[in-house]
Design a binder for this molecule. Structure first.
Ligand SMILES: [Ca+2]
Ligand SMILES: [Ca+2]
Ligand SMILES: [Ca+2]
Ligand SMILES: [Ca+2]
Length: 327
């Protein structure tokens, strides 16, 4: 493993960007090619959005060929739909008040795909504070219809609807080889087992049921939480389609303690859909700081060394990036 210094941001959005009750900003960086030295050149578009946006689901929600987005507003319990014009500009077409829903509070990172099988992108929104996950059906015009509540785990006080699970981020994929898009939820709350991810199968189209073996334990460190999960091909060539029967990569981080990345391999069986890879979860420590664990934040996956095997790059709270190369 090696560590890179991510450094300071090159620029800041306009206005007062800090605090809890100020508008959020959407920054779009457009790739304008390369300069005379071969370095990439980006232009930047800036647009105000609702308060405290955390993430976005990207899809062509109105079918015009341009990428659109659904953004959460954590502070005001809302979801905003923005349509892209293909030139980096996005226009607000709908604000959905999810806080009026009796079970939804603090919407977090949305995820977009066609979950209903009608060819129109839809949106999943995890409600982190006390709620379940909401599924919004796309209308095909860039707006969303009233949400469906995915709450299968509430009965046993767990799952995405349980008071203790607190879904934070989602990973999508066809985990059960049924040709429907399923989801995994990284749960930041205290639960048993802890830390955990919940996996829900989409069958039939648009109806989610908690999968066999869910919730899955991501680690065993005392006080550890999950926060981020992604689906990826962690076995064989990463060029193979990651959509079909993918694996899961998930954080397992204890405050002031071990920071780990767990790899759960897709392994459809009678008892569940995933099992830990050998030696998972893997310890993440920046070079020179093995005895002072650095807090894991977001991560991404990709082939970082050109060997056609999926690697993981992790953002650490100190401002460094840890790179875990697939051995
Ligand atoms: Ca569009
Ligand atoms: Ca749909
Ligand atoms: Ca499926
Ligand atoms: Ca690689």
């Amino acid at each position: 493993m090696l560590a890179l210094d991510a450094g300071q941001p090159q620029s800041s959005p306009p206005g007062p960007p800090t605090g809890n009750n100020v508008p959020g900003w959407l920054l779009v960086y457009l790739n304008r090619g390369v300069d005379g030295s071969g370095n990439p050149v980006f232009s930047r578009e800036i647009m105000p959005v609702g308060q405290r946006p955390l993430g976005m689901g990207l899809a062509d929600f109105n079918g015009d060929g341009n990428v659109d987005m659904g953004i959460d507003n954590e502070n005001t319990d809302a979801v905003q739909m923005l349509l892209g014009d293909g030139n980096g500009n996005f226009a607000l077409v709908q604000t959905v008040d999810v806080g009026s829903h009796p079970f939804c509070d603090s919407p977090h990172f949305p995820a977009a795909d066609d979950f209903t099988g009608d060819g129109i992108p839809d949106l999943l929104v995890p409600c982190n504070n006390n709620g379940p996950i909401l599924m919004f059906r796309g209308t095909g015009e860039g707006t969303m219809s009233a949400p469906t509540v995915i709450d299968a785990g509430r009965a046993n006080n767990f799952g995405v609807g349980g008071n203790k699970a607190r879904p934070h981020t989602l990973a999508l994929g066809d985990f059960d080889d049924s040709e429907t898009v399923d989801f995994a939820s990284a749960n930041t709350g205290v639960a048993q087992p802890d830390p955990s991810i919940s996996v829900f199968a989409n069958r039939p189209w648009g109806t989610f049921v908690e999968a066999a073996g869910s919730p899955y334990q991501a680690g065993t460190d005392e006080g550890a939480r999950t926060a981020y999960v992604r689906s990826a091909k962690m076995r064989g060539s990463m060029q193979a389609s990651a959509r079909n029967h993918p694996d899961l990569v998930v954080t397992s981080a204890a405050a002031g303690g071990p920071q780990r990345i767990a790899v759960l391999l897709g392994d459809r069986s009678s008892t569940g859909l995933f099992e830990h890879a050998p030696n998972s979860p893997f310890l993440v420590s920046p070079v020179g700081a093995e005895t002072a664990p650095d807090q894991v934040r977001e991560f991404t996956v990709g082939d970082l060394n050109g060997d056609d095997k999926t690697d993981v790059a992790v953002v650490l709270r100190s401002g460094k990036v840890a790179v875990l190369l697939h051995g």
